[in-house]
Design a protein around this ligand. Structure first.
Ligand code: SAH
Length: 364
């Protein structure tokens, strides 16, 4: 009789606590001391290794045994590009060939990693490059948190201090996995990044907002508002049919931490004084902080960026209305670093643009 073949379990799809428990069962079942589980668990996220083989503090026979029962998959790095301003973008290839993007943005002593939560996106926001490519699939836990893990595996490693879910995809449409990812990112046994340094960005998927708010940690929420009325928002963001503005605002009010509104400045579309007044009212309503985002030209066609001086005037109008506001910096101009753009270019959906027009990564 042959032994049943079991697929090796992926330890990087589990919370650090669950992975350590699996390892404890594995080691004690072999008559090994329980401390071995902690030894290996440390090597998943805190001081990650490329493979079990690299856990040299473990006898070779145990490393081989681990590799029979478990996997700790890498993400394959396909492209790495560095901007003159220090911003770096990475295109990872997943096991099934999907491409996802990650951008590392150094700023003022911080290193923010912009991560993807889905391959593609189903929401089809009119100005967004990822929206134009359609939805491929949800990313698994190890594919999302793995984007951070891969930074620690670089030589030299990039030490990440902040995370924003502002890469490809809608994190709240992949909540089950994002929920676990948040634990991996924040847990001291995982990547150990402070909850206040982790921002989930969403178009306003109501059950997701409730679920994030229900977590005891102080994770931050950013909401992509982009228009101060339903009529206008409808034309830019089809998701507004399912989750209308008023309901998103109510959910933001009910959220027990301060939220950030994201508002991409679209020339002649949502940048009138009247829009500023309406936006100010909404932001005051839920004491939101407003981030004005200069439009990145790599999004879907048909929009022009609001000129810089008009963005400044719009910001001033919001401030007069009693709202705290910031204009996001543009980063990575020379490397097409807008999330969603690298993959689009690689897939050849759009012709590559000359460097001087290329991507801006926008960070708070
Ligand atoms: N799906 C989530 C997170 C990913 S997008 C969300 O929508 O919030 C992160 C932010 O980038 C969102 O605010 C999105 O609207 C914005 N964005 C998309 N395309 C853009 C573009 N071409 N220029 C500037 N910001 C853009």
């Amino acid at each position: 009789m042959t032994a049943p073949v079991r697929t090796p379990e992926n330890l990087l799809d589990l919370t650090p606590a669950a992975a350590e428990e699996r390892l404890r069962v594995f080691f004690t079942g072999r008559g090994e001391p329980a401390y071995r589980a902690k030894q290996v668990a440390r090597r998943l996220w805190q001081a990650p290794v490329a493979s079990f083989e690299a856990i040299t503090e473990l006898p070779a026979a145990l490393r081989a045994a681990l590799a029979e029962s478990f996997v700790i998959p890498r993400l394959e790095l396909n492209v790495r590009q560095k901007s003159s301003d220090g911003t770096e973008k990475f295109l990872f290839k997943l096991a099934d060939g999907q491409g996802i993007e990650t951008v590392a943005i150094p700023d003022d002593g911080r290193m923010t990693l912009c991560i993807s939560s889905q391959a593609g996106c189903a929401l089809a926001c009119a100005f967004c490059a990822t929206g134009a490519m359609g939805f491929q699939r949800n990313l698994r836990v190890h594919e999302i948190a793995g984007q951070v893990r891969e930074m620690r595996l670089l030589d030299p490693p990039i030490e990440i201090t902040n995370i924003v879910f502002m890469g490809m995809g809608e994190p709240m449409m992949n909540w089950k996995n994002v929920d676990t990812v948040l634990t991996v990112l924040n847990s001291p046994q995982g990547l150990g990044i402070g909850a206040r340094h982790i921002t989930v960005s969403s178009v306003g998927i109501l059950p997701g907002i409730v679920a994030l708010g229900a977590r005891p940690e102080q994770f931050r929420l950013a909401l992509s508002i982009h228009a101060p009325t339903d009529d206008l928002r409808q034309t830019l963001m089809p998701v507004n049919t399912k989750y209308p503005l008023a309901e998103v605002i109510d959910a933001a009010k009910a959220f027990d931490r301060r939220v950030t509104f994201e508002y991409v400045m679209l020339g002649g579309v949502n940048d009138r004084v009247e829009d500023a007044l309406n936006l100010a009212r909404l932001a005051r309503d839920c004491r939101a902080f407003v981030n004005l985002i200069p439009l990145h030209p790599g999004g879907a066609m048909g929009f022009t960026p609001t000129p810089r001086d008009a963005i400044v005037r719009f910001a001033r109008e919001l401030r007069k209305g009693g709202v705290e506001v910031a204009i996001r910096k543009s980063r990575g101009k020379d490397i097409a670093a807008a999330c969603g753009q690298l993959r689009v270019e690689r897939l050849g959906r759009r012709p590559p643009r000359p460097a001087e027009q290329d991507g801006h990564v926008e960070v708070a």
